[in-house]
Design a protein around this ligand. Structure first.
Ligand code: PGA
Length: 252
């Protein structure tokens, strides 16, 4: 049975107060979820300690990025081992904002995945095409190449530490969502790529992200290859985020 995850990516939003109030609120409501979903909070690194302290046992915590090196003179970076040290279980890697705004390459993404898994975290590899690439009919090819490059260093024993999040760039923060059908088609294609890579594709959790809201989550999560979501804006409002977590169908 595949794991089901809803993860809230706060991006560069939030405060110490939000790390306490929102997380406590989500935690108390998440305790009554009976659909088997794992709820993950991914705040800015500086608030990870506060979120871990408020999260208790019912929520998991992650970081939005890690450095591609083990340690050393890399001012401003946070390592995968530090994330573990602070109580994280997950790390995002290759988010389109990191790729586009910070010039993160596929090679750097592959190094980071390697560090993340080596540290004992789960890597949530983000992939997705731009509008231009979709309109040119290249969406599946672009995503396939990001998946192959990003996961190139994963060892045969480590696939259970991999989650892939499909986030079409044109849907992030824009209010535009891929249709459930389009998202399902891409997820099935990603599973095919994973299988070609020798991964146990049917056991790997695939998330959808990009303007997921309380009112469109259920349709997306009802698709057979969509195992949950990576939520940006709507993860900053406890009620909306919990409602999205509740939209995951119970595992059969
Ligand atoms: P959004 O962001 O839900 O605000 O579109 C999703 C993401 O970038 O992870």
């Amino acid at each position: 049975m595949r794991r089901k995850i809803v993860a809230g990516n706060w991006k560069m939003n939030g405060s110490k107060d939000l790390a306490q109030t929102l997380v406590s609120d989500v935690r108390s409501q998440a305790a009554s979820l009976d659909n088997g979903v794992e709820v993950v909070i991914i705040p800015p690194a500086i608030y990870v300690g506060d979120v871990v302290a408020s999260a208790g046992d019912s929520l998991s915590v992650g970081v939005q990025n890690v450095g591609q090196w083990a340690s050393g003179a890399y001012t401003g970076e946070v390592s995968a081992d530090m994330a573990v040290d602070q109580g994280c279980l997950y790390a995002l890697v290759g988010h389109s904002e990191r790729r586009q705004l910070f010039g993160e390459t596929d090679d750097a993404v592959a190094e980071k995945v390697d560090r993340i898994i080596g540290a004992g975290l789960h890597a949530v590899l983000c992939v997705g095409e731009t509008l231009e690439e979709r309109e040119a009919g290249k969406a599946e090819a672009v995503v396939a190449s990001q998946v192959k490059a990003g996961l190139a260093k994963v060892a045969a024993d480590d696939w259970q530490r991999v989650v892939v999040a499909y986030e079409p760039v044109w849907a992030i923060g824009t209010g535009k969502t891929a249709t459930a059908q389009d998202a399902q088609t891409m997820h099935a294609s990603i599973r095919g790529v994973l299988s070609e890579m020798g991964a146990p594709a049917n056991e790997i959790c695939l998330l959808y992200g990009g303007s997921v809201k309380a009112d469109n989550a259920a349709a997306l999560f009802a698709e057979p290859d969509i195992d949950g979501g990576l939520i940006g804006g709507a993860s900053l409002i406890a009620e909306d985020f919990v409602s999205i977590c509740r939209s995951v169908p119970a595992s059969t």
